[in-house]
Write a protein that binds this ligand. Sequence first.
Ligand SMILES: [Zn+2]
Length: 305
Amino acid sequence: MSFIKHRSKPDEMKVLETLNDRMNLTVKEKYDLTNLAKGFEGEQKFDEWLLTLSNEWNILNDLRFEMNNTYYQIDSLSLFSETIYQFEVKNYEGDYYIEKDTWYSIKGKEISNPFLQLTRAESLLRRFIKSLGFNYSIESYLIFINPEFHLYHAPRNQQIIFPTQLPRFMNNLSKKTSKVAKNHTKIVEQLLHFHLTESPYNRIPKYTFDGLKKGIICIKCRSFINTFNRMYLICDHCGNREKVTSAVLRSVDDYMILFPEEKVTRKVIQEWCKIVPGKTIINILSDHYKMIASGKNSHYIKSDK
Ligand SMILES: [Zn+2]
């Protein structure tokens, strides 16, 4: 198989993770972050299974489309011969049950019906593919990836793959053979063309530079580092030691994630890192970024190398 489009950590998750270090998130925001992280982890686990497929498979991960003002996303879209396989991956853990088509966690909390989500995405995808003039058949599967997941009174539905069935399911896919090797270039081109890079869902709280806690965060225990040493920063909390350069570069990355529109200047990064002296900041920025010099407004951008 080949991953035509790779999966990366969702921007929303990156921003929430970084904010979590530097401000107080509400219970709801923390819950969203946990869910995003869990979902991402599940999808990555499924990617490992996809690696077992033959090289006739072309895989596009994490696609988002809009059709007639309706937005939908596909965790994994795999092309094999003249079939599109749509995979919706759920990393649910614990016990769940279904009552009259409604899904609940064992505590009785209603969750959005994942099977409905799958069929809805499938019908939108079907119309979309047809509108592009392609003639592929579509098979959709709901994959429960977490071995700790259990669904009471599970429906006998071949589109739902439970953790214990997954090895067999993937084995069957990997044994598939096609009579004619199909060239997927055209459809891949179209799928990527219509893919939306930004997610319309936004669970990110409002934040400002002034409102965030400044300083360098320990890579290991996420607490703030109190003291600066010339070469290494040592965390008072867990004792972890990290080179100043790498800690500053990490902090600049955080800044860029949170403020992608803002310029990276010496002044702002010094304030952001707080404990590191200005001269060290200048040295690190000059060594690792490209400076756009314009007097007082000099700033740094990522260099292409
Ligand atoms: Zn630490």
